[in-house]
Structure formats: C-alpha cells, structure tokens
Design a binder for this molecule. Structure first.
Ligand code: G3H
Ligand code: 13P
Ligand code: ZN
Length: 316
C-alpha cells in the first residue's frame, strides 16, 4: 500500500528512521519488497532522475505498482530523489509520487529558497510533500560532482530560516557524509552537533540523511577478490543510524550499498561459472541477497518490526 511520506514520518519521528532505498530495475524492487516484508518494516522507494532515464519512468512506475500487488502487506512511500525543478513538476503531476526532493543545494541560499518555494507551492496543491536540501554533501549525484573541501555542513540557524521561508516538509542536512563508496579518509563520525542544534530550533521537524551507505568492507573485499578494483572505500558507521534517528533523522538514504551487493553477486557468479551466460541465475541470487541486506539495514534503522503498529495507526 502506497502511503504519504508524511504518514511514515509521523510514525517514525524520534523513534526510528525509515530506510529510503533507490531502485532502477525489477530485481532491486523484488529484493527491496521481500527484505521489507521479511523484517516487517515500512520503507521509502526512491527514484532518481538517472533511474527514470535508465529504465524509463513508466516502466519504474509499473514495476512499483506490480511489486505492491505481489507484496500486499507492504507499506511504503514513493519519492523522487535529487530532483531538479522540471523533474519535480513531472512527478507531482504524475499522481504517483508521495513526495519529491528538490535539490537546489548547489545554488546560493536565496536562489535555493526561491526554487524550493515554487516546488512546495505546486506540490502542496496536490497533497505531496517536499524534501529540500541545505548545505552541500561531497561526492557525485546525478551529473554534479562536489570535490572534497567544497562540501559544507548545514548551518542550523540557516536551516531554521530556510524551513520558515520555503515551507518545505523535511530537510536533507549535510552532516559529514557524501554520496558513493569513498566517504571518509580515516575514521570519522557524523556531526551530531548539527542535528542537536537543528532539533533544538525545530523540534518535530523531519530531517534526512543522504550518503548513508556503510560500504561494508567484507563486501568490498569479496568484490576485489573476484576481480574488482575498489580501493580506499569507506562508509557510515551503522551504529550511528539510530542515534541520528533519535535526533530527528527520519529518513536514511541508502543506494551505494545495494550496488555493492549487486557487484559482489555478479562478479563472484561469473568468476565461478565462466561458461554461464544466463543472467537469471545470478539475478535470483541478487534478489535473495538484496532482501537479506535490506532486512539487516531495517534492523539497524529501528524500522524492523514497526509494520503492524504503523498499520494500526493508519486505520485510527
Ligand atoms: O544520490 C544519488 C543516488 O545514489 C542516486 O544515484 O543518480 O546514479 O541514480 P543515481
Ligand atoms: P549512498 O551513496 O551513501 O548510498 O547515498 C545514497 C543517497 O543519498 C541517495 O540520495
Ligand atoms: Zn542523496
């Protein structure tokens, strides 16, 4: 059942974070739904601009609708990840999305406010909520690359002002993470101080953490042992998910880790079976492995086991 992102946030706020997982194809969707049901967790499916171009937006919508029928117990929201203004309007007008993200974080504050405000007006007129971003994460997202040293943490006072000026429903904050598999040099922690300050100014307001993959080192080692060349990778400490959730992070975005599962499964499969050319056997393994991964992440986010209580709260 597709619900609004606001309904998921209301149930989760301050207790746990909802996992937001990107999908690009049917195998990812199957693994995601299976893992969510196995762990009895609500979730957010997110679709990037790149995914809409890769699989075709109509195909993705059909895949998600079908997955919802195959797994009728699932409770989830559908979200546009890192949208520009035009893509936000396309998703708002489609009638399929629960929420959109307008990412104008690369623009100066005033322009970010101006663009976000326009999207909020169009979205709210149709009952859709809006995630905006303030501050700048490092790494690559869509066609924009932010070099190390240009990433900036979110300023809590600016965040408070930004929320007031734009009317956005949730805010992606830069707290030290970046997109992709190379997040930190050496051991680093999330900037909980930023979250604490925003929570003090805006209690109850849902925050979003991007770049949350943990980049499991055993996964990377298996990829490299099967012919991969992924060096110096690092990710977020999974033990920091729940403390962040308690400080108002209600949505935690995980994409890269799923790509690593895909790469490990396929590299190992074709290394061990060099004469194989049917893609379905590794595809089946991927679905099982991705489902296990999703369930394990939902446990760490605290969303595992919340499905029945959420269902009850929705019928009240
Ligand atoms: O933040 C970016 C997400 O990981 C989506 O990646 O734009 O390559 O689909 P993508
Ligand atoms: P990762 O690259 O850490 O998986 O982050 C994904 C993300 O933030 C999607 O918006
Ligand atoms: Zn992101």
């Amino acid at each position: 059942m597709i619900v609004t992102t606001a309904q998921l946030f209301k149930h989760a706020y301050g207790k746990y974070a909802v996992g937001a997982y990107n999908i690009n194809n049917a195998e990812q969707a199957m693994g995601l739904f299976k893992g969510a049901i196995d762990s009895k967790a609500p979730f957010i499916i997110q679709i990037s601009k790149g995914a809409r171009a890769y699989t075709d937006k109509r195909m993705l919508e059909a895949i998600i609708r079908s997955a919802g029928e195959i797994f009728p117990e699932a409770i989830f929201a559908v979200h546009l990840d890192h949208g520009d203004e035009a893509t936000c309007y396309d998703c708002i007008d489609s009638g399929f999305f629960s929420s959109v993200m307008i990412d104008a974080s690369h623009d100066p504050f005033d322009k970010n406010v101006e663009i976000t405000k326009r999207v909020v007006e169009r979205a709210h007129a149709k009952g859709i909520s809006v995630e905006a971003e303030l501050g700048m994460l490092g790494g690559v997202e869509e066609d924009i690359k932010v070099e190390d040293g240009h990433a900036t943490l979110t300023d809590p006072k600016e965040a408070d002002e930004f929320i007031k000026l734009t009317g956005c429903d949730s805010l992606a904050c830069a707290i030290g993470t970046s997109h992709g598999a190379f997040k930190f040099k050496g051991k680093q922690s999330l900037h909980f101080d930023v979250l604490e300050k925003i929570k003090a100014l805006r209690p109850g307001f849902p925050l979003v953490m991007h770049g949350s993959s943990s980049v499991p080192q055993d996964e990377v080692a298996r990829i490299n042992a099967a012919g991969g060349k992924i060096a110096d990778s690092s990710g977020v400490d999974v033990n920091e998910y729940l403390p962040a959730a308690k400080l108002g992070v209600t949505k935690i975005n995980i994409d890269t880790d799923g790509r690593l599962v895909w790469t490990r499964v396929h590299r190992e499969f074709f290394r061990d079976k060099p004469s194989e050319f049917d893609f379905r056997p590794p595809g089946k393994i991927f679905i099982q492995e991705y489902a296990k991964f999703i369930a394990s992440r939902n446990v760490l986010l605290g969303s595992a086991g919340q499905l029945d209580d959420l269902r009850k709260s929705l019928v009240k």
